[in-house]
Design a protein. Structure first.
Lengths: 252, 195
């Protein structure tokens, strides 16, 4: 049976991990490669590396980093951030990334998803969506890490992304992100039930129970989180044992 | 030992190179027929689309090179599918080593997403390729098309029914999953193939 996936997400700037990562007995918390190896050994199913560098020079550093991750980490990893055109995708996949994640650039130019799917196959393209539940009850999509509102809405955009060839949807609820109050299970369940491609849930993880809920109630195929893993608040192994005890199929 | 990784218009080839290197084996990524023929082991990896891949292999003559290999060959993911008779993806004739078709997942229930993406278990394996592995070990899959159970099946996986996780015939082995991305389980499979 296919296992539900647990995915730590690492923000990277100029080749180093941005948010402090506090593992016990961990010497270089800033090295994304070492971190990836640690997470892999702890039982993470996949990794996401987000490049939040703005400069051109930084992009090259990130590509070199991707090559190092590919060399040393033996589980799949997705890279995102700063992917605007097909040549960016080609560069990152050639460096050894398994999947690329597109967000703002796809909202601005949806054809990008089609191009990636046709050139590299739909499994290579993750469509990341940042959306906020507005006062009118609609989930509005946002650009640039949640800074700029758009006139697109979560469900219709997710459907379009799927039709254009996205292989997965990574949905971050801006209302839940950082709250540690649990995932946006209602919206997630609707996404998961309406779409035929896998859904990765993001935003809101605070305790083990939230992961159980996101799979049971939110029908997610995978759950992504950052700080609860980086700060050791939820040890990976403990989380997986807890999920298994509660009837979720995970890889132990 | 000389290991050749066949270079063609598919992705994920560098990952296979890296996995070999982690096992202490310096493989060569190549499309040179002579280098491929003279290698002790050949890996035919990839992530891509069947029709585009077959077109490329036929145009470059790599099709015949692969068909005529006599040393152990390992096809991975799309590499496995291209070793079969025909693929529903792009309705294209493939290399025909394994006389079986490649068909698309048609889920009986919405809970089965396509592509199948993630870790699933391998079962009922009986082949040196799986030496030192355990029933129910997890491997990593990313695919929308699959090969039904057939006489060449040497391992199976359940995703809305059982299908071929791996095939074997003569000097050809193939896995639908990605050993190069399957952590320590995948490393053991590659080690078995390379030993």
């Amino acid at each position: 049976m296919l296992a539900k996936r647990i995915i730590p997400c690492l923000d990277v700037k100029d080749g180093t991990t941005v948010k402090g990562v506090q593992f016990i007995n961990f010497r270089d918390a800033g090295d994304p490669v070492e971190l990836g190896k640690q997470y892999s050994q702890m039982g993470a199913d996949e990794l996401v590396y987000l490049d939040i560098t703005a400069s051109h020079e930084g992009r090259r550093t990130f590509t070199d980093l991707v090559r190092r991750i590919a060399a040393e980490v033996s589980i799949p990893f997705t890279v995102g951030g700063g992917i605007h055109e097909l040549s960016d995708v080609e560069r990152l996949l050639a460096a050894g990334a398994d999947k690329v994640s597109v967000n703002s650039s796809a909202l601005r130019r949806p054809e990008l998803i089609t191009e990636i799917a046709e050139r590299f196959g739909r499994q290579e393209c993750v469509c990341a969506i940042d959306a906020r539940l507005e006062d009118d009850g609609q989930w509005r999509c946002y650009l640039n890490g949640g800074r700029i509102p758009t006139d697109r809405y979560l469900f219709e955009w997710a459907h379009e992304a799927q039709e254009r060839g996205a292989g997965e949807i990574l949905f971050t609820s801006m209302n839940h992100d950082g709250s540690k109050q649990g995932f946006a299970n209602e919206a997630l369940a609707r996404l998961s039930d309406e779409l035929t491609i896998p859904i990765i849930a993001s935003g809101g993880a605070g305790c083990k129970e939230h992961f159980l809920d996101v799979f049971k109630v939110g029908h997610a195929d995978a759950a992504l989180a950052a700080s609860v893993f980086h700060f050791g608040e939820i040890p990976m192994r403990e989380l997986k044992l807890y999920l298994a005890e509660n009837g979720i199929n995970v890889r132990l | 030992m000389k290991v050749a990784i066949i270079k063609y218009n598919a992705g994920n080839i560098y990952s296979v190179y890296c996995a070999c290197k982690r096992l202490g084996c310096e493989a060569e990524i190549t499309d040179d027929p002579k280098t491929i023929r003279e290698a002790d082991r050949v890996i035919f990896p990839g992530v891509g689309e069947a029709r585009a891949a077959m077109q490329y292999l036929n145009q470059t003559g790599l099709s015949d090179v692969i068909r005529n290999l006599r040393q152990p060959v390992l096809g991975i993911c799309i590499g496995m599918q291209l070793l079969c008779r025909h693929s529903e993806e792009g309705d294209v004739d493939c290399l025909g080593i394994f006389d079986v078709p490649v068909v698309r997942f048609r889920p009986s229930s919405p809970e089965f997403k396509v592509p199948q993406m993630g870790w699933n278990t391998i079962e009922k394996f009986e082949n040196p390729l799986f030496m030192n592995l355990h029933e129910g070990d997890y491997v990593y899959y990313v695919h929308s098309y699959y090969i039904p159970l057939c006489p060449y099946t040497i391992a199976q996986t359940d995703y809305d029914g059982y299908y071929s996780a791996a095939l074997h015939k003569d000097n050809f082995w193939a896995t639908q999953f990605h050993p190069e991305k399957s952590g320590s389980v995948g490393e053991q499979i590659l080690r078995n193939f390379l030993s």
